[in-house]
Write a protein that binds this ligand. Sequence first.
Ligand code: HEM
Length: 509
Amino acid sequence: MASGNREPFNNTVVEWIDSRMPIFTLLNKEYGVFPVPRNFNYFWNFGAIAGFMLVVMIATGLFLAMHYSADTGLAFNSVERIMRDVNGGWLIRYIHMNGASFFFIAVYIHIFRGMYYGSYKKPRELLWILGALIFLLMMATAFLGYVLPWGQMSLWGATVITGFFTAIPFIGEDIQVWLLGGFAVSNPTLTRFFALHFLLPFVIFAVVFLHIWALHICGSNNPLGIEPKTRQDTLPFHPYYTIKDSFGLLVFVLVYCVFIFYMPDALGHPDNYIQANPMVTPPHIVPEWYFLPFYAILRAITFNMNLYFLLGLVMLLLLLVDFVWRKKPVYLSAAGGLALLVVGGLLVLTGFTGDSCQRIDAQWLEANVGFKNMCGTLQALPGMSAEAAPISAKLGGVLAMFGSVAMLFVLPWLDTHPVRSARYRPLYRVFFLLLVVVFLILGYVGSQPADASVAGVPLILVGLLGTGYYFAYFLVILPLLGRFEKAKPLPESIHDVVLAKQINAETKI
Ligand code: HEM
């Protein structure tokens, strides 16, 4: 019977199976002899590490589910029982709890690696989009899971996050009630969150399968960002990268174990060891650390987007389309563009300041930026009141937060520069590193109370500036760099660079 073109295996059991269903031939093709660029650095370990973490989370989650009760009267105590009475229960829970954090650490490094080396560019756009989808699914899964222990942060975190839906005009409140299965986070919410938290990791698993499939069709990128040309540029995946991935994984798991065994609660919030109480709101509700930059973006929009602001924004957007996104400015002359920039900018500023004057951070503006007399004048303008604003601050925050994740999906089309790796793009490298710093600062801002300040500067302002840079990076800086940045000359081949490095190292000895 035909079983395709395949080499027979020496092992009789393997051969017996493979001749009937060539799974070992497939594995050998995809993970044995599969050609991979020979110059990977350790950042290329994190895909395999993320895959390992997904398996760990599914395995430990399954055992936790055997002892967990998804009922508001029992959930908190069932988790305490896992910790105290179930054999090895504390270990399984700590592996799962800290596993979520380490899964996100691996995936964040994986994403930023992809951005630094331009791995999202042609022909890997679909691979990247599948990755972004995985990230979105991971965020949903982590949020649902955090509700299950039914501590104070579980309840109030869920209340805050599902409250975002009320920002949707007209139907928002109905959607929230539908999602919760009631008017507040309660028993129907907990049972459905448990069901979904159990399901989603399997959906992630399926998307990871597609992600790897897409990867094996176009092959891996590498630190130089150039395609392998000859066999000399590649190595078989096994044993070279099975060993390198195993070593990286071992180091990662060592750090992970330090957290599991020596500081298992360091990454969590102490309030989640207090049973959920709908009658007591914690003074400072914070999400898990991996959501903090996005939480900061959500909170950065404290102003209502009134007609002035929106009109200005549309003008600036037109400018962006015509002068930044499109190759040639077709419709506008330079003078027209300048006029649009000035008028649009002024309208945005007018709308923003006029609205800010109505709120607390206006006190800071008035004291520090001298807006004292301007506030009265601006507020007297028609349509400046908060009620007249088409997009409320809450809706604006939600749009900004979802927009910040959406940037990942369109990234391959925003960065139009033909060179992939930041190694050969000196300007891109600076802006990218700044983005990483801004992302970390946003994480810090998200961890602090909304009215906190550092050295007299309100963090809400830092959050707004950080959010501004985040969006400017994707929407303005990348497209502009794509048109104007002069890259360094690219090497001829991967092999040349590896060999030159080796000769260099040997002559030093
Ligand atoms: C459960 C989560 C994920 C798993 C298990 C996973 C797995 C992998 C694996 C095993 C690789 C090949 C090894 C490597 O390049 O590191 C890979 C490559 C890649 N992944 Fe992921 N991934 C995940 C999430 C993501 C996310 C969130 C993104 C981006 C938004 C992403 C984008 C990419 C890209 C662009 C590549 C190709 C990298 C290159 O060739 O340079 N992945 N992924």
